[in-house]
Design a protein around this ligand. Sequence first.
Ligand SMILES: [Zn+2]
Length: 445
Amino acid sequence: MRYDLVVRSRRAVLPEGTRAAAVAVSGPSIAAVAGYGEPVDAARDVDLGDLALLPGLVDTHVHVNEPGRTEWEGFATATRAAAAGGVTTICDMPLNSLPPTVSVAALAAKRAAAAGKCWVDVAFWGGAVPGNQEALRPLHEAGVIGFKCFLIDSGVPEFPPLEAADLRSVLGSLAALDGLLIVHAEDGSEVKPASGRDYGAFVASRPPVAERRAIEKVIRAAAATGARAHIVHLSAAECVAMIAGAKAAGIRLTAETCPHYLYFAAEQVPDGATEFKCCPPIRDAVNREALWRGLEAGVIDCVVSDHSPCPPELKAAGSGDFGAAWGGIASLQLGLSAVWTAARRRGRTLDDVARWMAAAPAGLAGLPAKGALTVGRDADLVAFDPDATYVVDPALLLHRHPVTPYAGRTLTGRVRQAWLRGTALLDADSGAPDGEPAGHLLNRG
Ligand SMILES: [Zn+2]
């Protein structure tokens, strides 16, 4: 047997743990996992030595915004940033693009906009909004990986939130399909209007109780219907116990958090620094430590970016006014380093990071070919130097608008190469993708 490629590493992060291994690739797939030094006949033989070999990350929470708000972000720029950050699959959110992905026609528009431009693989979420319940089954059959809804104003008028009664009926419909509903869980009745440059006042306007009340609604509706529900971007750590309780009771609930909640703390956010604005907000350091405990205990399943860029003018809207600025942090390219920097300090391993950022999101999204270095899966691989440090220079970011709260931070862990279905993506010198975009548009399953 002659393979197309073999990648050897003394630190291959396999599902059963990290060990020295050689991953052999045939066509687009992993064909064998051998010993590190074993003779393997392959057209290309790459020895990473002490660099770690990770599965390509799967980021299930990315707002690409194309078509319609392509000036905010687009498939070419987002997927270039993803590739450079070791993310070989992204899942595009149904809102902020125009049209939002709430019908089969809108999904077709998305796919047409994405075709031929993607450097990594892209799957699509559908949207559940008031009045589109008839579209859920056709969207499901057209291959979306699940449905996103809001329980609070989404920030864009064309993607309104669901009322509690709608939430239950949508979950009822999805239960029949074994579909997944992912929920932006903040309760509008617990959120106050915010204005001004004071970050503390902004955080106080979106308190933990807003997340708690919304998650309670999701748990009740999931329990009543038997459907699968997922909490996106959990920030309030006091909700971890409630989520753990629901899971223990057999309710089909999962949760994610994001690199910025695990890396930053409110105490570090200067007044007027709207590059830190996201909803729900980055909370204090005590909350951050409790989120880490929730992740380590397995209550929080995934870490995904919530990459949500906008033009710098909208981020600075109101000149540092937290009420006026767009909420969203773009971190596709930096998420792995940010999480690893914080995880390593807490004694966590690359096995943990691969579980949180590759295997669990692939499972959530129903993408069985992704997320692990296992025979038969896609050969999506990442060479990662877990010891290298670098200072974040916004000029090197590849997404459309290099606005980032990570500017000037020293992060540990650097992507050296990424392979998508066996093909190397990155130029060795620049670290940016070269060649032609060869990402596929994926369906669920
Ligand atoms: Zn989002």
